[in-house]
Design a protein around this ligand. Structure first.
Ligand code: SAM
Length: 360
């Protein structure tokens, strides 16, 4: 049985312990444990809502009404929040957006976050999700600054499809970014692809092969209702089972055990060391093991991609609040986390922010 030390408040029973017995929920100090016993160790940090692409499933063609520049967190503010989170047991930061490489101070952000130590005295893990376009020019500096891992997004290998899907003719730039990452020492390297019916569902095998050729793991993502235009249609999404069915025509897939809190289920290909992953947020949600929190570029903490509640850190940061107030806000956010994202419930409401403004 796991017992979390209580420093404030009354002990509350764990409603659905994975261990089958009650644990206590920390109200202050100690790890970030929610009311369902999930321990939060992963903070997704969105650095900007702006992007160099306009993927149809994420952003409207004309872009959004951008977040107000004055509300965007400075490097100092991001580092301050991240330091408090690390002291509360967070061990991984993932930089995202929008497109994180559009931040002019990206190398500084990486360098300063990479210096943060977790509660065990070891440096936090620092990862980034990017469209890769600026990697050829920035990657050496980012590695020098302490970047540890990369996920690069690529939904199609066809130039025409890429232009239609992203509304930008930049496939060659993305491919150059992937080539730069493949030539670097950063491993494991992952490539994210959103599978879409009649858009790229005839390329699933080719995308996996492309990843293998670049010493990377392909991760298919089920399309989620997070587009800024609120046009998501369940019938247009390609499901986990369909993806696996297609891949099984080319490889023998064997499940990789020990997923833990990771969003992707993984399979080996033909019993070898190479793998493919599927993030089935819609048809096989993994909320019961979710260990993630999100920080938007404008200082809002979120406990779920699909949450309609945000916890505003800006007033604390900008009116002289202490680190204890940031810690308290992290804990309020964690305490408010629901058991699941409810995409599949009839009353599901899509969050007002699109994925680019939440941080994917
Ligand atoms: N700009 C970076 C990139 O392209 O990877 C980081 C931000 S992007 C929002 C992060 C990831 O979210 C990408 O892999 C993207 O494909 C994915 N994504 C965006 N909207 C999505 C949606 N509606 N459903 C599933 N995945 C989505």
């Amino acid at each position: 049985m796991t017992t979390i030390p209580l420093t404030l408040g009354m002990p509350r029973p764990h409603p659905a312990s994975q261990h089958g017995s009650a644990v206590l929920v920390a109200e202050g100090g100690g790890p970030l444990v929610d009311t369902f016993g999930r321990v939060h160790r992963d903070l997704r940090i969105s650095l900007t809502d702006r992007c160099s692409l306009r993927c149809t499933y994420c952003m409207p063609e004309q872009g959004n009404e951008w977040l107000a520049r004055a509300s965007i967190l400075t490097v100092d503010e991001i580092v301050r929040i991240a330091t408090v989170a690390a002291a509360a047991g967070v061990t991984t930061f993932r930089l995202t957006g929008g497109e994180p490489l559009l931040r002019a101070d990206i190398a500084d952000v990486v360098r300063r976050l990479a210096e943060i130590e977790g509660v065990d005295g070891r440096p936090v893990e620092l990862a980034m999700t990017t469209n890769g376009i600026r990697l050829p020019e920035l990657l050496p500096e980012l590695i020098d600054a302490g970047l540890g891992r990369l996920n690069i997004s690529l939904d199609t290998l066809s130039r025409d499809r890429f232009r239609d899907l992203t509304r930008r003719d930049r496939l060659d730039d993305v491919l150059a970014g992937i080539a730069a990452a493949a030539a670097s020492e950063l491993r494991p390297l992952k490539i994210n692809a959103v599978a879409m019916r009649d858009v790229n569902d005839d390329e699933l095998v080719d995308l996996v092969q492309f990843a293998l050729d670049h010493d990377a793991e392909l991760r298919f993502i089920e399309q989620m209702p997070l587009d800024a235009g609120h046009t998501w249609d369940r019938s247009r999404m390609v499901t986990r089972d369909e993806i696996l069915g297609t891949l099984a025509t080319r490889w023998t897939l064997t499940p990789v055990p020990g997923r833990g809190g990771a969003p992707a289920e993984r399979w080996t290909l033909d019993g070898g060391s190479r793998t493919v992953g599927v993030i089935a947020s819609v048809t096989a949600p993994f909320c019961g093991d979710c260990d993630r929190l999100r920080l938007t570029a404008d200082g809002q903490l979120r406990n779920c991609l699909f949450s309609t509640t945000e916890y505003d850190l800006l007033p604390i940061l900008r009116t002289g609040g202490g680190d204890d107030a940031i810690d308290g806000m992290l804990r309020s956010c964690v305490r408010g986390k629901l058991p699941g994202h409810a995409i599949n419930d009839p009353g599901f409401l899509q969050p007002a922010r699109g994925m680019n403004a939440i941080g994917g």
